[in-house]
Design a protein around this ligand. Structure first.
Ligand code: DGP
Length: 113
């Protein structure tokens, strides 16, 4: 946990954000700048900077399980969705607390740009 980390503060409830789903090790909430009709962020409760620091598989498993649960609950599991983990500067990671974007509700494009 870090006092300076926005997503740590969200995860522990210091910043009022509605969780759309949660489990013991991860929480899910809507992205503040949605890029699709469904755009939910899934983060580990514990501070993990990025995929590169995700040495413990338990939080990653929890994030993946919750992302699938969110996709089902948001009604995009059948139509399809995209799971994105931006990592580092070139990957477009702007918040240094690992997060998976669950994007759905419209057809996604490739390449992502
Ligand atoms: P990334 O660019 O992959 O690091 O995505 C970070 C996302 O976090 C970005 O889509 C916007 C979102 N975000 C940043 N600050 C907040 C916040 O305070 N609340 C919520 N709900 N989302 C945020």
């Amino acid at each position: 946990m870090s006092d300076d980390c926005l997503f740590c503060r969200i995860a522990r409830g210091d910043v009022p954000v509605l969780f759309v789903a949660e489990n013991a090790l991860a929480v899910a909430f809507r992205d503040i700048h949605p890029q699709a009709p469904v755009h939910v962020l899934v983060i580990p409760r514990a501070h993990v900077e990025s995929m590169l620091e995700a040495t413990d598989p338990a939080p990653m498993n929890a994030v993946m399980q919750l992302a699938i649960e969110v996709a089902r609950a948001e009604g995009v599991a059948g139509s399809g969705f995209r799971l994105v983990l931006n990592t580092g500067a070139d990957g477009g990671q702007s918040v240094s607390h690992l997060h998976a974007h669950v994007l759905g509700g419209r057809a996604m494009h490739w390449p992502p740009g």
